[in-house]
Design a binder for this molecule. Structure first.
Ligand code: SGN
Ligand code: CA
Length: 527
């Protein structure tokens, strides 16, 4: 990798016309010789259906929507492997999982922190870098001047934080607030203000088991949410989907005590002890507020004897409400960060990125969780508020992937993108250009099986209109969807008469992508 310069300038990345404009609109902080700062906010398991800039059916997220309305919203934003650790490794390295080595969460193999990552390249280019919140890559973070992370998935209440000196301490409060407090503290008091910065704020927020802050517990209780059209999916023609263990209506998949908070001293469930451990972290005041809210619902639930669809739909409503309550904290806290940047004259010169480590199912196919290459979890929200000099606005429909973030940030910092990165820089799109040649297909590969939720290993290709997937390992099933005709992916048309040509062309494209990225799976399942 060759470094162009120590500090990038707005002039280096902005076309002449936009530069004129940026000079005119620039405030004190947008001196055109100043490199851009990057604030990267990522939430665990936040799906686009639950972000009102994308979908107004369920959620109201005014602060996240601010990022979209002041900047851009990517409508076709995908992950490379829909799971936390792998997704984070793809983002840091700009490479697919087989190349960065972190293919799954559960094998326990740590991320190889000695490999190049975009924060390291930014450090070399003179940036000050920080990471706060969920890390989930087992090894210690590398490439950051400052980091403070939660162990594993992190706890909602009074969580542990691991410090850079290796000590772990309990910090009193609600995790989403704490991560924001620490991030603002770093911005105000800890960073070297002479340097451009990268701040990665990694929230747990939307990750199972959706425990809201006590101040938000009573929200949305009067709301009834519409069921997704395919809530009662029978998975006909989709064997891998039928084998998955992530149904909202199945008590072995979604636990009545841990997930739905219906604590019962007389009953043991698979995850009850884990829930009790989470409750055990609360102080007396938090616990009293929690019990005051849940006890009447618990009493009503256990005396009502709901069954069948009535029970399934009650479970869905509780899931939706809990998810939305944790989302309220997240949205408020994103608002705090945006306000801070505005109030401190940083907005004009700072790229704000909002995304998630993957999408999530909110009852589509009857599910919660992610992992599958179906749309809800392949897709991930991606919003960006752009600094002066980057003139795109509104919606971007080009297909982008989380391996693109690293090259984007490098280009913005004036650092050459290393040849071995798989992603491509999104900077042309951020400039408002409509490139003639843009990616026509994304590649996906999921590995974590056998594991919780029983989602089989699979890889596939998605084009603008079609999706082809191959489930492998202890199964050998192909699936093909016409997303235009069947956006909910209910009818697997693989092998149907009339699909021969499109199947052959998708297999060709899949093979090309596997060759381009050097995925060794091609040797095992030649195309
Ligand atoms: C935990 C959850 C799973 C979830 C994985 C991965 N189980 O194991 O439901 O799929 O994390 O999530 S739990 O009983 O511990 O809640 S990821 O986003 O970190 O990849
Ligand atoms: Ca996740």
């Amino acid at each position: 990798m060759r470094q162009i310069c120590l500090f990038a300038t707005a002039a280096m990345i902005a076309p002449a016309s936009s530069l004129l404009q940026s000079c005119k609109s620039a405030g004190a902080a947008t001196d055109e010789t100043k490199p851009y700062n990057i604030v990267y906010i990522m939430t665990d398991d936040h799906t686009a259906q639950m972000l009102s800039a994308y979908d107004t059916r369920y959620a109201h997220t005014p602060n996240l929507d601010r990022i979209a309305s002041d900047g851009v919203k990517f409508n076709r934003s995908f992950v490379a492997n829909s799971l936390s650790g792998p997704s984070r490794a793809c983002i840091l390295t700009g490479k697919h999982s087989h190349a960065n080595g972190f293919t799954d969460n559960e094998s326990g193999k740590p991320f190889d922190g000695s490999q190049p990552t975009f924060p390291k390249y930014l450090q070399q280019a003179g940036y000050e870098t920080a990471l706060i919140g969920k890390w989930h890559l087992i090894s210690e973070p590398t490439g950051f001047d400052f980091w403070r992370v939660v162990p594993g998935q992190g706890d909602y209440y009074n969580p542990d934080f691991i410090n850079m000196d290796g000590t772990t301490e309990v910090v009193h409060g609600y995790l989403t607030d704490l991560i924001t407090d620490m991030s603002l503290d770093w911005l105000s008091n800890r960073r070297d203000k002479e340097k451009p910065f990268l701040l990665m704020i990694h929230h747990k927020a939307q990750h199972r088991n959706w425990m809201a802050d006590t101040c938000n517990l009573r929200l949305y209780e009067d709301k009834t949410f519409p069921l997704p059209a395919n809530f009662y999916d029978d998975y006909a023609g989709r064997d891998a989907a039928a084998a998955a263990e992530m149904r909202i209506d199945n008590p072995m998949h979604m636990d009545i005590q841990y997930d739905l908070k219906m604590l019962n001293p007389e009953q043991t469930t698979r995850l009850k002890e884990t829930y009790e451990a989470f409750l055990g972290r609360m102080d007396a005041e938090q616990r009293a507020a929690w019990d005051a809210f849940y006890n009447p619902i618990i009493e009503e639930y256990y005396s009502s004897d709901l069954k069948g669809e009535e029970l399934a739909e009650w479970r869905f409503q509780r899931y939706m409400r809990d998810y939305l309550k944790t989302l309220k904290s997240l949205d408020d806290n994103v608002g705090r960060v945006l306000d801070y940047l505005d109030e401190h004259g940083l907005s004009e010169n700072t790229l704000v990125v909002y995304t998630s480590d993957q999408g999530f199912y909110m009852g589509e196919h009857g599910w919660f969780d992610k992992r599958f290459m179906y749309e809800e979890s392949l897709n991930t929200p991606l919003l960006m508020r752009l600094p002066a000099g980057l003139d795109a606005s509104g919606e971007i429909d080009e297909m982008v992937q989380n391996i693109d973030y690293a090259p984007t940030f490098l280009e913005l910092a004036g650092v050459d993108v290393p040849d071995d990165m798989h992603g491509v820089s999104l900077v042309p799109l951020l400039r408002g250009e409509k490139p003639d040649e843009w990616r026509d297909a994304v590649y996906y590969h999921y590995y974590e099986y056998p594991a919780e939720h029983a989602v089989k290993r699979h890889y596939g290709v998605r084009t603008d209109r079609y999706k082809l997937m191959h489930f492998y390992n202890d199964i050998d099933c192909w699936e093909l969807y016409d997303l235009q005709e069947d956006p909910l992916e209910m009818k697997n048309i693989y092998g149907d008469p009339g699909t021969e040509e499109v199947t052959a062309s998708l297999k060709r494209r899949l093979k090309e992508l596997q060759q381009e990225y050097n995925d060794p799976i091609l040797e095992k399942y030649p195309l």
